[in-house]
Ligand binder design. Sequence first.
Ligand code: FA5
Ligand code: MG
Length: 427
Amino acid sequence: SRYLANMAANRPCHVTVLGEEYPTDHMTNISPTIVSKLPLKLHTQPSHPLSTLRALIESHFPSYAHLSSLSPLVTPYQNFDLLSFPADHPGRSVTDSYYVNKDLMLRTHTSAHEVEVFGRGETKWLLTADVYRRDEIDGSHYPVFHQTEGARIVSANSAGMKEIEEDNERLAAHLERSSIEIEDVPHLSPMNPCQPAHDPKHTELIAKNLKLSLNSLMLHLFGGRVGATAQNPLKVRWIEATFPWTTPSFEVEVFFRGKWLEILGCGVIYQPTLDNANVSDKLGWAFGLGLERIAMVLYSIPDIRLFWSQDPRFLSQFKQGEITTFKPYSKYPACFKDVSFWLPEGQTLHENDFCDLVRDIAGDVVEDVKLASLIDDFTHPKTNRKSLCYRINYRSMDSRSLSNDEANSLNTQVVSCLRDRFRVVIR
Ligand code: FA5
Ligand code: MG
């Protein structure tokens, strides 16, 4: 029946991912472009900005285990269920995540490995990896990006709490001597409560250790570079948040070059997560931060596609261990093409499906895809067919300019693929 379903949906029966063949099914939506990114591991390529940033973060946590080679293929159980995501969480849908098939997906965050790493007995660790999310296309969104997960757990007894208290004193003393201005929130609040299994006093100590550890990391990453002084300190802002596997939970923003930048999510680990890893006798914190957003501001890299560039004019600018300002080379002219079409009656087309189709054909030559809904997006009053218009911006970021003929040829392929795959009628 899977075979017949694949035939009916015009879907190959197998897909090859990282050299292994996997059966496909109704959930399969991993695209050739995505498959091609899996072996690249930019965060381990010497002298790549993401690799330097990973090493810079690791150097701030010298006593932690540093992991960076776990496979991006995980089960939905690991990515969601073990972390207490509800069954109807939108992140599980095929419009938001990439599936090899219903039992195997690409991790959407590094938290997918928390239970596995705690289960191996690690108590202080960092894990850097590529993560995958279906999203729109523009200068700050790319379907692959990188995260560093960090976590620390201690024994839930007086010895564990003493270890945390001593560390808190050390970190607080260090931060007191530094030029940092912190906008804090209470460790606990009615919206951000203590867990039933925890003593609030312990939770306060753990939350404080989390905040001190991350404020100190922010100083390490940004402090020197903003030239923070007593008059002009580095500004860090804590905000209450929610994640299914932490409470209390927080997000951290840093004020950098005139803007608040969301850096990370974190919190006190929900005890059932630690139970799943067979370390019920411990408690602690975890955080997950996005590397591209930080690297873009530290290196002044203007477009997220550049991280994937093979152009020597990009790669040769960087040295492992050094943060330098990116010198932009000439930006080639943009080439805008509109694609307008009717959808078959009653059919919808998710923007992420449209974007993956364009990405598969045009690769990194596509800079931006916008639903030009104001120009043309209406439902035909008589037939009830829906019309959409997308505006695609093609622009080469690499060694040479894109001719109008080349853009036309790419756009023609987009149109014919759109017809085949979604049975649309071009207007
Ligand atoms: C998470 O992914 C959680 N796993 C973080 C976490 C870990 C919480 C451990 C609690 C405990 P979020 O989706 O907000 O949360 O992503 C975390 C960070 O990744 C963001 O702060 C941001 O820096 C980065 N990020 C998220 N989405 C994107 C994107 N589309 N492009 C680039 N960076 C992104
Ligand atoms: Mg977030």
